[in-house]
Design a protein around this ligand. Sequence first.
Ligand code: FES
Length: 205
Amino acid sequence: MTFFTEENLELAHEIIGRYPKQRSAMIPLLHLAQEQAGWVTEEAMKQIGGLIGTSSAEVLGTCSFYEMFKRHEVGRYVVNICTTMSCALMGAEELLEHAETRLGIKAGSTTSDGLFTLEGAECQAACTEAPCLQVNYRHKYRVTLSDFDHLIDELADPKNEGTPRHGVLAQIRQHIPTERSVGAMHPESVNAPPVWIEEQKEANS
Ligand code: FES
């Protein structure tokens, strides 16, 4: 069974080609899977295992270690409200309660239209900007209750293009041409600069 689309499968091979060891591509491929579906499905983990020569159990071991990889369907927008100390002191509890009321769901669940997943979260490393939250891991600082309502209105607007859907990390993707990839080779076997550097030197001489 294949999970990746034809286009993403091609991209997956390009990504694998950037690393001396195929297994090093596991996390970038998990991101690619999450970008494609919005979460990481079992089929995706199986295919990633096959692509990098490891078991799907190992892929699951890595995927389940990182909270940002979701192994269940989530909303288009994952809203994480920080509830750790600085944010708690600045009204995070009230903000989370307000968010639950506004969205009509409890933290840890998804609205019936599939637009929003609401989560309480640990410190987001922006304590001086408390209370803060993230939408698809993009920070919003010093969020008031009315800021929150405004944010939800903006995100719910079908014309909203400011925040990409969950799983999309960057809107511009780096491409490394095949002739510049390192190829799957153990680091200790690398005893010369990449071939393309020599080719470039020759072309410039
Ligand atoms: S306590 Fe909320 S960002 Fe650190």
